[in-house]
Design a protein around this ligand. Structure first.
Ligand SMILES: [Zn+2]
Length: 340
């Protein structure tokens, strides 16, 4: 009996030492509850990554695979693919087109043959005109093409090739698949996938170690956007490029952001159940019924934010800035489209 107790004690002690050592070297999965308010009442930052210095160049490039290069200006990024038959570029970022040209000339003298737009937004493709010409075929999803026709923006020439759900582009022995996963971050936002190299690009919906941008990146359909990420995760890839950040992400990091999408959905349902309209009305001083309703929705979003905060503030960037907006989007979804 004594022997058994001693063994058990020893096992417990060993486990404790292992847990402490693991926490010391790689960080604990379960972080202690922490206070984020400093002495001046400032709600401190949670998780963050600093953008590395880009030096005089103003950009960084990194070869990800034999033909595939990552280009970043710190906050924005894209991919370009260098083959023996020419270069394929994606998303010529507004104001950074000249830098992209410079970056390409660092690795090849091949001309640009294809330009892929992930979607129509100015910030991502505003320097397209610098690459347009007779030799360059522009490819985008048809909704992106439609939007660009409507905008009539000389900086964003309309695509020559407009695809529906899929388009396969082969050049210099490498195939690039373009896949439309449905509405979400506007219409037409598509994945650029290089199966041979297990690399993909999915812009503006799943930035690594970050919550989604304001109001789920101004989503037009939050449900479809989440489904799109689930479909993207079914592709066989190891690395992805999100359109933002100074580095690519891993599949695990995309999964983590999807987990946040689901958590914010769940938290909004919980908050809608927890916050009573009558209780808000009981405390309110307003006689304006619209304002009263606004106070109720704010109280639900505040509750949803409090549910998310302990787990997510220290895991993802942007939590303080955007999580209440995410709660708002889900609250309106659950109030108007589907309650659960
Ligand atoms: Zn966008």
């Amino acid at each position: 009996m004594f022997f058994k107790v001693e063994v058990a004690y020893f096992k417990t002690l060993s486990l404790f030492v292992i847990v402490i050592a693991t926490c010391f070297f790689v960080g604990c999965a379960i972080s202690p509850q922490r206070s984020y308010i400093d002495n001046n009442g400032f709600e401190q930052d949670g998780y963050y990554e600093s953008i590395p210095s880009l030096g005089k160049k103003g950009y960084l490039i990194k070869q990800l695979a034999q033909e595939v290069y990552f280009f970043s200006t710190g906050a924005y990024n894209n991919l370009f693919i260098v083959t023996s038959e020419g270069v394929v570029i994606t998303d010529p970022i507004k104001g950074k087109g000249k830098l992209l040209k410079k970056a390409i000339s660092e690795v090849t003298s091949q001309p640009v043959r294809f330009m892929i737009y992930s979607h129509s937004h100015i910030d991502h493709i505003g320097d397209a005109y610098l690459f347009a010409g007779n030799e360059v075929q522009i490819v985008a999803q048809m909704e992106t093409g439609k939007a660009l026709k409507r905008y009539k923006d000389k900086n964003r020439p309309v695509p020559h090739i407009n695809f529906g759900t899929n388009y396969s582009l082969t050049i210099g022995g490498i195939t690039i698949e373009l896949i439309y996963l449905g509405e979400g971050h506007g219409k037409g936002n598509s994945v650029v996938y290089i199966p041979l190299r297990k690399i993909m690009m999915y812009v503006d919906t799943v930035t690594p170690k970050s919550v989604p941008f304001k109001n789920f990146a101004y989503t037009v359909d939050i449900f479809s956007q989440m489904k799109g990420i689930e479909k993207a995760l079914k592709l066989d890839f190891n690395i992805y490029i999100a359109g933002h950040l100074h580095r690519p992400g891993s599949k695990e990091e995309m999964k983590e952001v999807l987990e946040y999408y689901r958590a914010s959905k769940k938290a909004s349902i919980k908050a809608l159940k927890a916050v009573s309209f009558l209780a808000v009305r009981g405390k309110s001083k307003t006689k304006d019924v619209e304002r009263l309703f606004g106070e109720y929705l704010d109280a639900v979003a505040e509750e949803c934010y409090s549910i998310l905060k302990p787990k997510w503030k220290h895991r993802l960037m942007g939590f303080e800035a955007f999580s209440k907006g995410h709660c708002d989007i889900w609250i309106s979804y659950h109030r108007t489209q589907k309650s659960e």
